[in-house]
Ligand binder design. Structure first.
Ligand code: AMP
Length: 279
C-alpha cells in the first residue's frame, strides 16, 4: 500500500494512473474498525484501485472537546487498510487541506436543518467541503459511504447532484457488533457499563421497525422507541424520527421498500450515539 500525505503527492499519483483505471474512494476519519473495512472490501471488489483517506476534519466538528478527544490511530489504521486490500492511504495534515480557513459555505437546505444538523449546526457544511475537496483530488469513479451515517449519505448525494461530480455514490450496510451496537470509532469512549447498555439503541430501532411492519403509524413507532429509551436512565434521547432516506422529510404514508428509515440519536455518557434502520 502506498502512503501519501500531501496534496501535491496525491495529484502526482492520480496523474500517473492509466486513464481507464477505476478508482474507489473510502473517506474516513481513522480509528478504523470492521465498519470501515467493510467499505474497503466492497470497494476492492468493484475497482482497480482502492484509496482511503484518514483525516479528522476540523470543520465538521461543532464541539471542540469532541475534536481533541477523537481517537487517532494512524499506524494501526495503515496496517488494517493494507490487510484489507487498500492500495493508497492519504493522510494529509490540516494545514495542507486548509491552508486558510475556508470562507466557502455549503448549505443543504432542509437536509441540514433536521436530525444531526439541528444539534450540530455547521457540521454538514464541513462534511460537504472536505468531501468536495476529496472528490476533486481523487476524481474517484465510486465513493463508499456507510448507511450508518444516513443523513451524511443524503447530503453527499445532493453534493454530487448539485455540483455534477461524476462519481457513483455507493451506500454500504451498517456493520454491527454481535449485540447489535453499530460499530463506531466513538464507542471506544464508552465505559464498560455504558457499553453494556449501548445495544438498547438498536433494540429501540428494531422495536420501532416492527411496529411499522405491523401497520402502526410513524408517530406510534417514534413514541415507542422514545419510551423504550426513557426507561434506561443512562440514555438522553436527542431525537427519533421516521424519515424518507433521501429527502429526510417525515414519512407518514407507506413508501416503497428501502425508502423509509428510522433514525435515532442519544447521548450515553460522553458519547453521542447515532443509528438507523431502513424499513
Ligand atoms: P468516519 O470515520 O466515522 O467518518 O466513517 C467513515 C465512513 O465509514 C463513513 O462513510 C461511515 O458512514 C462509515 N462507517 C462508520 N461506521 C460504520 C459501520 N458501523 N458500518 C458501516 N459503515 C460505517
Amino acid at each position: 500500500m502506498l502512503r501519501v500525505d500531501t496534496l501535491a503527492d496525491l495529484a502526482r499519483y492520480r496523474r500517473s494512473l492509466p486513464h481507464n483505471t477505476t478508482l474507489g474512494l473510502v473517506p474516513t476519519m481513522g480509528a478504523l474498525h470492521e465498519g470501515h473495512l467493510a467499505l474497503i472490501r466492497q470497494a476492492r471488489t468493484e475497482n482497480d484501485i482502492v484509496a482511503a483517506s484518514v483525516f479528522v476534519n476540523p470543520t465538521q466538528f461543532t464541539n471542540p472537546d469532541d475534536l481533541t478527544q477523537y481517537p487517532r490511530t494512524l499506524e494501526a489504521d495503515a496496517r488494517l487498510l493494507a490487510d484489507a486490500g487498500c492500495n493508497l492511504l492519504f493522510s494529509p495534515s490540516s494545514d495542507d487541506i486548509y491552508p486558510e480557513p475556508p470562507v466557502l459555505r455549503l448549505s443543504f437546505g432542509t437536509l441540514e436543518t433536521t436530525m444531526e444538523g439541528a444539534s450540530r449546526p455547521g457540521h454538514f457544511n464541513g462534511v460537504g467541503i472536505v468531501v468536495a475537496k476529496l472528490f476533486h483530488l481523487f476524481a474517484p469513479d465510486r465513493a463508499y459511504f456507510g448507511q450508518k451515517d444516513l443523513q451524511q449519505v443524503a447530503v453527499i448525494r445532493r453534493l454530487i447532484l448539485d455540483l455534477s461530480f461524476s462519481v457513483e455514490l455507493i451506500r454500504c450496510d451498517t456493520v454491527r457488533a454481535d449485540d447489535g451496537l453499530a460499530l463506531s470509532s466513538r464507542n471506544q469512549r464508552l465505559t464498560p457499563d455504558e457499553r453494556a447498555e449501548a445495544p438498547a439503541l438498536f433494540a429501540a430501532l428494531t422495536q420501532a421497525r416492527q411496529l411499522l411492519t405491523d401497520g402502526q403509524s410513524a408517530t406510534q413507532a417514534e413514541q415507542a422507541a422514545a419510551d423504550f429509551l426513557a426507561s434506561r436512565p443512562r440514555f438522553r434521547l436527542d431525537y427519533v424520527a421516521v424519515v424518507h432516506v433521501d429527502t429526510l422529510q417525515p414519512v407518514s404514508e407507506r413508501q416503497a421498500p428501502g425508502q423509509t428509515a428510522i433514525c435515532i440519536a442519544a447521548q450515553l455518557g460522553v458519547v453521542r450515539l447515532i443509528d438507523n434502520v431502513v424499513f
